[in-house]
Design a binder for this molecule. Structure first.
Ligand code: NAD
Length: 306
C-alpha cells in the first residue's frame, strides 16, 4: 500500500513509519518539523517538509496516489492548548478537517487517526474505561481530539472514507521529546541519566496507563487491514503512579536524589487507565511489552545518546 504519514518525523509517527516500511509498504511523510526531527526520519520514506494546512498538500496526495492517510501531526501540549486555544484548534481541528477534505478529493480509501484516550474521557473515577464511556475532555487539546473523531465519521458517512480511530493511553519510548511538556518517561529518564533535578506536579499519585511506542506502532499496522470503521483504546489496562514511575526509573538508572514537588499543572487528570479488551478481541492487538521491558529499551536508547 502507499501510505501518507503526517507527523512521521515525530515521536510516535516515526515508529509507525518504521513499522509500515518493515511490512513492505511505501511511505510518504509530511511533517513541518515544528517538534519532529529529521534524525527520526526513516531514509526509506519520501519526506516533504510541509504544514498540513499548506494548499500544496492536495497535489501531493494526488500525485503520490496515496491510498491510506495515517494522521499523527498535531499540537500535543495540553497546558498550551488551554493557554492558546486558537493555535490548538487551528492545527488539530482545522488541519484535520482540511486533510479529510483533501482525502475525499484525492480518492484516499482509508484514514487512520491518532486520537487520545486520556484526553478524551476526562477524569476517571472508576477505571479502566472502555471505548463506550462518554467523552468529557478536560482540555482544549482533548476537545479537539474528540471533535476530529466526529468529523472523520461524518466523512465516512457522506463519502465512504474508511477509518480506524486509535485512542492512545500515555505513549513512551525512544525518540520521545525529553525537554518538552509531555512525556514524563522521557523527561525522567533523560534527566536522571544527566543527573538533573526534577519537579513532580501535585502529590505524584496521579495514575497513568503507560504503553510502549512499538506496541502502538503495531496497532497502526493492524489497523491497515481492519475492514470496519471502528475505534479502539490502545493502552495496557495497568495503572502506574508518577511516584512509582519515578522510583522504578531511579532504581534502574542509579539516580538517588528525591524529586521536588509543586502544585498540579493546568489540565492534568488524576487518573487515566484504558480498557483495551476490544482491541484484543477485534483488532487482535495486545501489548507485547510490559512496563519493565519497555522502560529497559527506553533507558538503553537514552544511554546510547549520552
Ligand atoms: N504521546 C502520547 O502519549 C500521545 C497520546 C495520545 C495521542 N497522541 C497523538 O499522537 C500524535 C503524535 O504525538 P507525538 O507524541 O508523537 O508528538 P510529536 O510532537 O513528537 O509528533 C507530532 C508531529 O507532528 C508534526 N506537526 C505538528 N504540527 C504540524 C503541522 N501543522 N503540519 C505538519 N506537521 C506538524 C511535528 O513536527 C511532529 O513531528 C498526536 O496526534 C498526538 O495527539 C499522543
Amino acid at each position: 500500500m502507499k501510505i501518507l504519514v503526517t507527523g512521521g518525523a515525530g515521536f510516535i509517527g516515526s515508529h509507525v513509519v518504521d513499522a509500515y516500511l518493515e511490512a513492505g509498504h511505501q511511505v510518504v511523510v509530511v511533517d513541518d518539523l515544528s517538534t519532529g526531527k529529521k534524525e527520526n526520519l526513516n531514509p526509506k520514506a519520501k519526506f516533504h517538509q510541509m504544514d498540513i494546512l499548506d494548499d500544496k498538500l492536495q497535489h501531493l496526495l494526488q500525485d503520490e496516489h496515496i491510498e491510506v492517510v495515517n494522521h499523527h501531526a498535531a499540537q500535543i501540549k495540553v497546558k498550551a492548548s488551554l493557554e492558546d486555544p486558537y493555535f490548538d484548534v487551528k492545527v488539530n481541528v482545522l488541519g484535520s478537517v482540511l486533510l479529510l477534505d483533501l482525502c475525499r478529493r484525492a480518492g484516499v480509501k482509508k484514514f487512520i487517526y491518532a486520537s487520545s484516550g486520556g484526553a478524551q474521557y476526562g477524569e476517571m473515577e472508576k477505571s479502566p474505561f472502555p471505548e463506550t464511556h462518554p467523552s468529557r475532555p478536560f482540555s482544549v487539546y482533548g476537545a479537539s481530539k474528540v471533535s476530529v473523531e466526529l468529523y472523520v465519521d461524518v466523512f465516512a458517512q457522506n463519502f465512504g472514507l474508511e477509518y480506524v480511530l486509535l485512542r492512545y493511553a500515555n505513549v513512551y519510548g525512544p525518540r520521545q521529546d525529553a525537554l518538552g511538556e509531555g512525556g514524563v518517561v522521557a523527561i525522567f529518564t533523560h534527566g536522571m541519566l544527566h543527573n538533573g533535578d526534577f519537579v513532580i506536579f501535585g502529590d505524584g499519585y496521579n495514575v497513568r496507563d503507560y504503553v510502549y511506542v512499538k506496541d502502538v506502532a503495531r496497532a497502526n499496522l493492524l489497523a491497515l487491514d481492519y475492514a470496519h470503521n471502528d475505534v479502539f483504546n490502545i493502552g495496557t489496562g495497568a495503572g502506574t503512579t508518577t511516584n512509582q514511575l519515578f522510583e522504578t526509573l531511579a532504581k534502574a538508572t542509579g539516580y538517588s536524589q528525591p524529586p521536588r514537588r509543586t502544585v498540579p499543572r493546568l489540565g492534568d487528570l488524576k487518573k487515566s487507565v484504558l480498557d483495551c479488551a476490544k482491541a484484543k478481541k477485534l483488532l487482535k492487538w495486545e501489548p507485547q511489552y510490559d512496563l519493565a521491558s519497555g522502560l529497559k529499551e527506553t533507558i538503553d536508547y537514552y544511554n546510547k545518546r549520552l
